[in-house]
Design a protein around this ligand. Structure first.
Ligand code: SAM
Length: 274
């Protein structure tokens, strides 16, 4: 799915050299990204990038050694007769296809161009439950849309994010704005790096989806009895005439509003009963 956040022609394929190991694993189907296994076109495009960019191959194999065999398998699929225009076209198509990953390397672009962040108002989070004096976890914080909003009211917010460029972006903001109650750390929704029953509120936005049952169970584990789990989307432009049924099956309540860009925005919350 393309969100048109970036223009592929303005992004260098060398951006891959900025990716951390978690991102490289995603590109290679070694974590949760299904693209590698399901799309022949995807593998050919990535193989072309490897076959014609030896520095990227070197980086990939050293930064993510578990992907080395797959890199060689992809290179073997590609003829050595492609013109430089054909290679450039493949690189642009790959960037376009994986624009979410490439935009994660450019947090400033995310903040200024992604409507779900740009047009969003923090009251949309703070009106869901009372954040006063609460201990909060934000999973998959990205640029910190939810974490920094919660921190205006909460006692302390842990912002967990697997992509190191995003963590750097949040840490820079914390330093610049002298925010004292946000702590940034690594972690995924599948493996939340906290003890059971730690938080009053756990929240996320645009992170759940691959296995909602497991993801909710994971958030529930670290949430105290009587606490809340929140899934708070931003002001995106996606039309959607009904809420996510799988979240409703997991016991979430929701409210709906129409964003400035005419999208249907749903916010979900669930009180935890253990
Ligand atoms: C579309 S962004 C949303 C960022 C932020 N939650 C927001 O709503 O503004 C999704 C974020 O989730 C992170 N992410 C992706 N897979 C994840 C996972 N399995 N566990 C935790 N975070 C993940 C990405 O690195 C990215 O920063």
């Amino acid at each position: 799915m393309s969100f048109n956040w970036i223009s592929a022609n303005e992004i260098s394929i060398n951006s891959i050299l900025l990716m951390d190991r978690w991102m490289l694993q995603q590109l290679m189907g070694l974590s949760d990204s299904p693209m590698y296994d399901t799309s022949e076109e995807y593998r050919i495009l990535l193989g072309t990038i490897f076959a014609y960019n030896p520095t990227i191959v070197w980086y990939f194999k050293n930064r993510c050694p578990e992907a080395a065999d797959r890199v060689d398998q992809l290179i073997a699929l590609i003829p050595d007769t492609l013109s430089s225009e054909e290679v450039k076209e493949s690189e642009a198509s790959f960037i376009d296809m994986m624009d979410t990953m490439f935009v994660y390397l450019q947090p400033e672009i995310m903040n200024s161009k992604c409507p779900y962040i740009r047009d969003w108002d923090s009251d949309k989070l703070l009106s869901i439950v009372d954040f006063s004096d609460k201990l909060v976890l934000d999973i998959g914080s990205g640029t910190g849309r939810l974490a920094f909003a919660a921190a205006t009211v909460a006692r302390k917010v842990y912002a967990s994010e697997p992509c190191d460029r995003m963590r750097e972006f949040m840490r820079d903001k914390i330093m610049k704005k002298q925010i004292s109650n946000v702590v940034v750390l690594d972690g995924t929704i599948e493996a939340i790096p906290f003890e059971d029953d730690t938080f009053d509120i756990t929240m996320c936005g645009y992170v759940m989806g691959l296995d909602i049952k497991q993801e909710v169970a994971s958030l529930e584990r670290v949430t105290k009895n009587g606490g809340y789990i929140i899934n708070c989307m931003g002001d995106d432009d996606r039309k959607n005439d009904k809420p996510n049924e799988r979240l409703l099956e997991e016991g979430f309540k929701y409210s709906h509003y129409v964003s400035k860009t005419d999208g249907d925005v749903y916010r979900y919350w669930k009180k935890v009963n253990k």
